[in-house]
Design a protein around this ligand. Structure first.
Ligand code: ADP
Length: 190
């Protein structure tokens, strides 16, 4: 079974993906993590994406589709796509890549939240990291967050309709406590 977690920045996609890897042995594919790894490694691609990410804009489809293609080429199944797809072109590419592997998507799970909570969560995440002496993400600041939210509404939210039309969309209440959200997802996946 392969699933997508959909939702704006701060909705809890990474948290829920992490829980699913533990509870179901699924494999988390987070393009945000892959891009941050590329940056940390100092690769050419990492350098190219750094500025775009810090501003809160989307990296090109070509780059992120390439990253996902590489991961899927290693084979396997039971993928949780976290932060991908983020555009309609990425969604089409994912469908094609899975079809090539003889696989499909089981569900696109939308974590439903509201903007106020997102700002609080992201500002909170940055403060926690700072207090713990850990590095703060370059895009966890008020200015980039505005851009990230706008990118979500303009470029990613059309995927809600896209997956609804395919009969794959399921919604969960992302404002509930973490364990409740996990239980909702568990019930949906059966
Ligand atoms: P969040 O969902 O909290 O904003 P992510 O870790 O998923 O964080 O992504 C961080 C940044 O990485 C995004 O703002 C964007 O610049 C880039 N990024 C991640 N995934 C994609 C994607 N699928 N397409 C384009 N850009 C992406």
């Amino acid at each position: 079974m392969n699933i997508i977690l959909l939702g704006p920045p701060g909705a809890g996609k990474g948290t829920q993906a992490g829980l699913l890897t533990k509870s179901r042995g699924m494999v988390q594919l987070s393009t945000g993590d892959m891009l941050r790894e590329a940056q940390a490694s100092g690769s050419e691609m990492g350098k190219i994406v750094a500025e775009v990410m810090a501003k809160g804009q989307l990296v090109t489809d070509e780059i992120v589709i390439g990253l996902i293609r590489e991961k899927l080429a290693q084979g396997g199944s039971g993928f949780i796509f976290d932060g991908f797809p983020r555009t309609l072109a990425q969604a089409d590419a994912l469908g094609a890549l899975l079809a090539e592997m003889g696989q499909g998507l089981h569900a696109a799970i939308e974590l439903q939240v509201n903007d106020e909570v997102l700002v609080d969560r992201i500002v909170g995440r940055a403060e926690e990291a700072r207090a713990a002496g850990k590095p703060v993400r370059a895009d966890d600041n008020a200015e980039s967050l505005k851009t990230r939210l706008m990118a979500y509404y303009k470029q990613t939210s059309p995927l809600v309709g896209y997956y609804h039309a395919k009969g794959l969309l399921k919604g969960v209440d992302g404002l509930a406590p973490i364990d409740d959200v996990a239980a909702q997802i568990d019930a949906l996946l059966g």
